[in-house]
Design a protein around this ligand. Structure first.
Ligand code: GDP
Ligand code: MG
Length: 380
């Protein structure tokens, strides 16, 4: 899960680390050209001489900011200071104070590499651009203490920018179920084989565990075996399944399920539908009809993480043509890249409610930004 993104982010951290290092070296050279050998300690201080030269960076940098000061004056000042404070102490304080300021030029290479990496990790282009621009804004011009951990700073910038693109302030799935009129009708849509039916069973199990009563509508009246597949789940979970013949109008099946739920005082109707391509206008119109007749509280788009950018594009198209309230991304367990998980919320402007992470009923994870970031950045 997210291995590719994790590796790429690590490589970005290293690249920025190198840029910082290069900057340090450049400063050291500038500094050393302003210092006479007599300024250097002759005692066995920790680290090679260049390290100690670098400890005076801040002083010299400050002096450089005041061009009116002659180099001679700078040297005098430096010598005075050196006398007052013991060399070792001086080294310590100055090391702690030393800073590097990254500019656009330092980061151009690493940021370009980051954008390519994101796209290779299946992050959609506009999302990759947004992340890169957030990271750029965060890192450039900031004074970074050299002795604070560069990688940590970069990781924080990456995390913040990812949080920004996945942020959604809409109500959570559980809130939507617990509030408002019953039954809550939830329509599941998406292309074929992405995990809609399995996801419905997982969501049903979760609802039952939370003490809701559930009815399932067998709205895939098209694909051979679809009704039997969902029937098995309903039996296992002890749920009532409402179904018609194959070829029947799915709007009518779902309508019956809603009527049944109303009559029996059930809390939730989970409505399956046949998979369809977002490019098939007729089948998309069928979904519009289902929505018109049954007014689902939630229309949830289901797709598989392994489809990467295709899943992102489909999420966008389904949202534009029928309007979705959120997504569920299945098969995250089988996806090494993970870009779709970051891209879908941004591209649709709608939350991801759950991740599917396996074939068992309990392999359903409530979307949580900290969980997602933890997985991406390799914290357990
Ligand atoms: N590894 C894995 N497989 C899944 C997950 N969700 C669904 N599947 C499998 O994907 C296949 C297609 O699922 P199905 O629910 O029939 O898809 P549908 O055509 O969209 O209804 C089945 O073999 C499922 O067991 C998941 O989260 N992880
Ligand atoms: Mg199905």
């Amino acid at each position: 899960m997210f291995k590719s993104l994790r590796d790429k982010f690590t490589s970005f951290k290293h690249s920025v680390g190198k840029a910082v290092h290069k900057k340090e070296e450049a400063e050291e050279i500038e500094v050393s050209s302003n210092i006479q050998i007599s300024d250097l300690p002759t005692t066995k201080s920790s680290g090679p001489p260049t390290k100690l030269i670098s400890t005076t960076t801040e002083e010299v940098t400050d002096a450089q900011k005041t061009p009116s000061l002659s180099i001679e004056k700078e040297k005098m000042k430096k010598k005075e200071k050196t006398k007052k404070v013991g060399l070792k102490d001086k080294a310590k304080t100055l090391i702690l104070k030393r800073e590097a300021i990254l500019d656009e030029k330092d980061l151009a290479g690493p940021l370009w590499e980051l954008e390519i990496s994101l796209m290779e990790g299946n992050v959609a282009l506009p999302v990759a651009e947004e992340i890169v621009s957030n990271v750029r804004e965060d890192l450039i011009g900031k004074k970074k203490r050299i002795f604070s951990n560069t990688e940590e700073i970069v990781e924080d910038a990456l995390k913040d920018s990812i949080k920004d693109v996945i942020r959604n302030d809409g109500p959570l799935f559980d809130e939507m179920i617990s509030t408002g009129d019953k039954p809550v009708v939830i329509l599941f849509v998406g292309v074929n084989g992405t995990g809609k039916t399995t996801t419905i069973a997982k969501v049903a199990k979760r609802l039952i565990d939370n003490d809701y009563s559930v009815v399932i509508a067998s709205g895939d009246t098209y694909r051979a075996g679809a009704q039997e597949q969902i029937e098995i789940h309903a039996e296992r979970l002890g749920l009532r399944l409402i179904k018609h013949q194959y070829g029947a109008d799915p709007s009518a099946v779902i309508y019956d399920a809603v009527e049944h739920a109303k009559a029996k005082g059930k809390d939730v109707v989970l409505a399956d539908t046949a998979g369809r391509m977002h490019t098939d206008a007729n089948l998309m119109r069928e979904l519009q009809k289902i929505k018109r007749i049954n007014s689902p509280r939630l229309t949830i788009f289901v797709d598989e993480a392994i489809a990467g950018n295709d899943a992102v594009e489909r999420a966008k198209q389904f949202n534009e043509s029928i309007g979705i309230d959120g997504s569920i991304l299945s098969k995250l367990d089988a996806d090494a890249r993970g870009g779709a998980a970051i891209s879908i919320p941004y591209v649709t402007g709608k939350p991801i409610f759950f991740f599917g992470v396996g074939q068992r009923y309990e392999d359903l994870i409530v979307f949580d930004e900290d969980w997602l970031l933890g997985k991406i950045f390799g914290e357990e």
